[in-house]
Design a protein around this ligand. Sequence first.
Ligand code: C2E
Ligand code: MG
Ligand code: MG
Length: 715
Amino acid sequence: MAAYTFPLEILDIKLAVFSTVTVFFSSKLQITVPRTKICFTVSDALLLVAIIIFGWQTATILSFLTCLYGCFALKDKSNLTSPVSVSVGTMTVFAAGFSAKFIFVDPATDDLLKSCIVILLIAGIEFLLNSILFSLFYSQKHSRNFGLVWKNHYFNCLIMYFANAVIACLIINLMTLVDFNLLFAAVAIISVICIAYKSYVEHIKKIAAQAETAEHERAESEKLRAEQAEKHIEELEHYIAEQERSGQALRESKEKFRHAAFHDSLTDLPNRSYFSQEVKFMLEKTKIMPGFSFAVLFLDMNRFKNVNDSLGHSMGDRLIVNVAKRLKTIVRKGDMVARFSGDEFAILLNNIKDNEEVSRYAEMIQKKISTPFTISGKQIFTSVSIGIAVSISDYEDSQDILRDADIAMYKAKEKGESYMIFNPMMHSQTVKLLQLETDLRYAIAREEFCVFYQPIIDLTSMKLKGFEALVRWNHPDRGLVAPYEFIPVCEDTGMIIPMTIWILKTACLQVRKWQQANVEDRNLIISVNLSGKHFAQLDLVEQIWRVLSETDFNPQYLKLEITESAVMENAENAISTLKELKELGIQLSIDDFGTGYSSLSYLHRFPIDTLKIDRSFVNSMTEGSENGEFVQTIIMLAHTLGLGVIAEGIETINQLHQLRILDCEYGQGYLFSRPVPSDEIDKLLADQSAWKSFAQTPIEPVPQVSPEVPRLRLA
Ligand code: C2E
Ligand code: MG
Ligand code: MG
């Protein structure tokens, strides 16, 4: 309608400038009242001016264009610039302008006061229309009460309209004072400056916003970093705590390992390593403290094996624990008791005065340990052998003093003493023994053993009956070593078994050779000594059978000599072994008869062939002497049991005569021949006339011995 009724005659440059300023610049010039949504737009003021100066049509069209431009150009897409705003704005201006025209006929008037009143009225109409229309729209859209919407959101806008009206009044006032074109040019320039300023401010704001965003982002990342750092610290603290925990656990387990490494697990007493360290410390003390002396006591329980074997290992362990407890109660402050192994303990006696003090202490230990232990209701008796080493000697190493205490303990055991104090002699004996043991281990491999043969003579015919095989050790440094030196060591170490087998084999082969060489010698007998340890071997019979097979030796020419003590030790077992050997066809002889304790009840059950009278009896056999009586008794006993007799150790012709008178069947001794190597026997076999002359000697009658006299140790 405004466009239709627009009076074209008003079109001039003035309107063009006014329109340009209103549409393109003025709408950008807004002033927002702080903390409100109210803003003053220069365009609204100019539209009021337009109603007064150019009429309602121009104002309506300009309002429409301004709103439209605002819609497209302004970035603020608020309600006011939406299509609704365009329509409402345009309609308001139209209604206000039209109303002004209608009310005032020609609102344009030269009277400034009147113009101002008109402007105020138009602004009021605009406010009413605008606020009502917007309130209607808003209340409808959000289902709110119209009155409240108007009051809360739009009533305040009254000031804005009033301000616009005041601005419009000022503009009209200025237009009357200055040239219109100049005014609008100035307005345009100011507008351009304002716009430039505004865009500059916006640019600054944008930069500030960017900076703020960057700052915000930086703060965020800083915060994130701080959080991460905090988390990292937490993790680190956790890790450190973990480390500390595992360090603590490690320390504890180290401590446990240390304790385990230096203590015995059964008794919790210090072990050998701990004890050795303590002894080492004491040795150092003796060097810096003249007069300071200490002693090491080495304890070994006697017959502890019996406890284990008879009562079981757990009882054995409990006995050990109880002994340890008792020992702990005896040791003085500063002393130490340790368990070395099995039934071995050691005590370190600190700061001792003399050997007597140590001896008293050892006696006290013995007394304490000998008091019976009650374990699981059972009374167990035990005792200890104690070896003592005192630090008076110049000991350099802790192991030396321990070794000496050990040696002294073995000596005490050997001698059946309850304790012994070490002296240097013991050491040299032990060293010698150890050396002997070492040398013996190589003796078989190096073929250092050799067999000597001692002839056994038939005392009736004075003919050679056979030989006794006697071992010799051809030591590389010491020459021939006698059996008494090494046989006990061989028995202790078990070497006696391979050694005897070797002797048996050698002797069988040798005698077989002699048997085959001469018809007269085909019945030669070889006697081989069997040690008690070997005799107790379960497979003894098998071992001997194997040798006989390997050497193809006739068992009836082999005689095994077993000592009286060996067969009597376990008589029942001995009987069955002897029987088995007898079944092979082997002859059996009891060696060194008279030196042990024979039981007559057993003797007659042993399937033996001969008794061999020990040389100690024969050797000191003189006419009418006690030994002569012993020999006679043995011979009588043997004959009563149906056994033959061999007398060993015949050295004199007199002994020979007596034995012949006593009807002793066989004899051996230096009188006939010493034990000699096989090549000498070769010579002897070639000429056996050597001892035939002894047969010529007249046999003197020997006084009869009464049967009740024998003082032979017969059980
Ligand atoms: P034995 O079995 O009683 O041997 C007899 C010992 O008496 C031998 O000593 C022998 O040399 C010695 N003898 C013989 N006649 C006389 C004599 O008229 N006067 C003197 N004083 N001694 C005489 P040997 O050879 O020193 O043997 C000592 C012991 O060593 C043997 O006593 C025997 O128990 C053991 N022995 C020797 N050889 C062996 C062996 O091969 N095996 C085993 N297990 N023991 C052996
Ligand atoms: Mg013998
Ligand atoms: Mg003998």
